[in-house]
Design a protein around this ligand. Structure first.
Ligand code: SF4
Ligand code: SF4
Length: 258
């Protein structure tokens, strides 16, 4: 089924500017997952037959515990997503030693922030080669944000599958035949031969926003955004104060570390 503005997914919402903003930029399980991937976590899915829920389990070597939450792509009608998010944030907060509020702010910021040294060449290779980006799942929160903003040109390309007890949303499906596009329908040539860009850049899915998780992730995906760096980032050391020549160590998220 393709998203239908008049169908069961078209919930009535009261919109205020702040509600719109939080719908678009507030933390969500999907963003938390991107954040954890950028912090070097390993993510795996485990199906629990007792509750028929696919749980995502995030762990990082050296940390004594895990962050566990229902896979963000499953919109379980019987689950309280806000409570699931709070529980996941609380366990991530304890694991990382970051206070709850600070963590929520970090998630919103770092999940979509490129790694230090990233310089996009506007080649469009990622949009072409990573089929998961234009044929993969999108989360309920992304769909809700597009709805809040009235972005039906995006919503009409979202596939909706209602299964027993949960709903899945998929990018991008041709509304004429319900099939996936062979390439991303939003990838366009930029004027003046400047390269290629995204026609929905401001509203592109979290998956696209969060690419790449790291320099290694970029290079494995044939992204050349880290070529010809003007400064040496080997060992994640990046000059941050050229006046006095000091250097400061930064992690893949560009955050200063001791
Ligand atoms: S592959 Fe890398 S350099 Fe090319 S458009 Fe994507 S992010 Fe930019
Ligand atoms: S939606 Fe935009 S950023 Fe994502 S794959 Fe398509 S063109 Fe690329």
């Amino acid at each position: 089924m393709i998203f239908d503005a008049k169908g069961p997914q078209a919930q009535t919402t009261t919109t205020t500017d702040s509600a719109r903003l939080s719908a678009v930029s507030g933390p969500s399980l999907s963003l938390l997952e991107k954040y954890l991937l950028k912090r070097g976590f390993f993510v795996r899915d485990v199906c629990d037959p007792r509750d028929n829920v696919v749980w995502t389990v995030c762990s990082r070597e050296g940390l004594p515990g895990e962050v566990r939450y229902p896979n963000p792509h499953y919109h379980h009608l019987s689950r309280d997503r806000a409570a699931d998010l709070q529980a996941a944030l609380a366990s991530a907060s304890v694991l990382l030693g970051v206070p709850d509020e600070a963590l929520a702010a970090q998630v919103a910021q770092i999940a979509v922030m490129p790694p230090a040294g990233f310089a996009c060449r506007l080649c469009g290779v990622c949009c072409e080669s990573m089929s998961d980006a234009f044929r993969g799942r999108v989360s309920y929160e992304e769909v809700a944000a597009w709805r809040e903003l009235g972005l039906y040109r995006i919503l009409r390309l979202v596939g909706v599958e209602e299964r027993g007890g949960y709903t899945l949303y998929t990018a991008w499906k041709n509304p004429k035949n319900g099939k996936h596009f062979k390439r991303c329908p939003w990838l366009r040539s930029l004027p003046g031969g400047q390269g290629r860009g995204c026609a929905i850049y401001e509203h592109r899915p979290f998956k696209c926003r969060s690419f790449p998780y790291s320099r290694d992730h970029a290079e494995r995906s044939h992204c050349r955004a880290f070529e010809y760096l003007p400064c040496d980032l080997e060992g994640a050391f990046m000059p941050v104060d050229r006046d006095n020549g000091r250097t400061q160590r930064r992690d893949d998220c560009g955050e200063a570390v001791e």
